[in-house]
Design a protein around this ligand. Structure first.
Ligand code: LMR
Length: 396
């Protein structure tokens, strides 16, 4: 039977991460996977996480199963974190949330529930989008269409193109949005653009599906949730999938949440049963450890303050790296063609290099990024900045 299976190509992101790890060069630079790195190139365990882990370990009394929805206390704490404690949709009990195995697990669970709700749902994705969106959601049997998002010439959002395309979408279509820190472009909608977008979604009865993998990495934890909160407030139905991988730095612990905002409390209960039922057929229930840690941090005043400080440090550092990289590239190339890097937010920007130039950077200079020239800005350090800038100038 298995002789029919051919070897697949490497994953475009995690395959690059694996190649980087195999590279023995001392000059190697990792701009591939969306993982935060400090000035030494490490991805440390946050102090708030270490402290919470110790307490979870000391106080754990059992390892019996959690329920299908995972850690209920975590789900409630995540609702407050994502939507804001006083959100009207929470007061109206319109939100059903389950714990998931990271953001990817949440996307998969939601895709299955969407297919149950609508036998042939169309999902509109941004052009471009995170490379794993299509395969992940296609696995759930959903049809894809693309709306224009990033204008690579101008290094900004083609907002008119986006809106005019969505004006022609059919009622009931789902629109996958990046809540903040758009992956791979780093170009985020402004509050004013979210307002205009939500009007179009409302008028055309479209259902937004916010993938929010980087809450807290653009401007702040509340500011970054503006779009998801607005959708939940102004529209009868919306979806949010969240990851705790980046903002809590617990990548390998696989913690996330999927929330469906339903038209009323009764429908939210129905959606919760479907989220749990799909989870049962995929992995029964998510692992307990990471969610217990996040729950403790979100509920303990001191741990939360420490975590927010650490998250703010990561955000500020990426923003200053953006400015440093822009300045260094502009000085080295005597052009302003890289000024967009300083304007964008989150971990990623598309540098605007060809796939061949990206290959040369990897093969000749040991610099790793995704073939679209998506670079993880957190991988830029004071110690590799000159090397990186000279290499980019050399391949231009
Ligand atoms: C990324 O986009 O690099 C991260 O979200 C890691 C991943 O799973 O692709």
């Amino acid at each position: 039977m298995f002789e029919r299976l051919d070897r697949l190509a490497d994953d475009p992101i995690l395959g690059m991460m694996a190649k980087y790890r195999q590279d023995t060069s001392e000059q190697k630079v990792d701009l591939a996977a969306g993982v935060y790195q400090d000035e030494l190139g490490n991805t440390p365990v946050l102090r708030a996480v270490k402290a919470a882990e110790q307490r979870v370990h000391d106080n754990q009394k059992t390892k019996t199963y959690e329920g299908l929805a995972g850690n209920i206390s975590f789900n409630v704490a995540m609702q407050d974190f994502i939507f804001g404690e006083r959100h009207p949709a929470l007061a109206d009990k319109r939100i059903a949330t389950v714990q998931t195995t990271g953001g990817s697990g949440g996307l998969h669970i939601v895709a299955d529930v969407l297919r149950r709700a609508n036998s042939a749902p169309v999902v509109w994705v941004s052009g471009p989008t995170w490379p794993n969106h299509r395969p992940l959601i296609k696995g759930g049997g959903l049809e894809f269409k693309t709306y224009p998002y990033y204008d690579a010439e101008r290094h900004g959002i083609d907002f008119d193109g986006m809106l005019s395309t969505l004006e022609h979408a059919n009622a009931g279509d789902v629109v996958l949005l990046h809540g903040c820190c758009h992956n791979p472009t780093g170009a985020d909608l402004s509050a004013k653009q979210w307002d205009a977008l939500v009007d179009v979604l409302a008028r055309n009865e479209l259902v937004p599906w916010n993938d929010m993998a980087y809450q807290g990495f653009a401007q702040g934890t509340d500011e970054d949730a503006y779009g998801a909160r607005l959708c939940a407030q102004k529209l009868p139905e919306s979806v949010v999938v969240t990851s705790c991988s980046k903002n809590f730095g617990i990548y390998r612990d696989r913690v996330g949440a999927a929330s469906i905002v339903a038209a009323d409390a009764e429908k939210a209960v129905a959606c919760a049963t479907h989220l749990a039922n799909v989870t049962r057929t995929v992995y029964s229930m998510p692992p307990a450890h990471g969610a217990a840690v996040v729950d403790l941090i979100l509920r303990d005043e001191d741990l939360k303050a420490l975590w927010l400080e650490e998250l703010g440090d990561m955000r500020d550092r990426i923003n200053s790296l953006r400015r440093n990289l822009t300045n260094a590239l502009e000085a080295r190339t005597s052009t302003n063609r890289f000024s967009f890097i300083a304007r964008q937010t989150g971990m990623f920007s598309l540098l605007g290099l060809t796939a061949e130039q990206v290959d040369t950077l990897r093969e000749k200079f040991h610099i790793y990024m995704v073939s679209s020239s998506r670079a993880n800005i957190a991988g830029v350090r004071k110690s590799n900045l000159d090397y990186l800038v000279n290499a980019i100038a050399a391949v231009l």
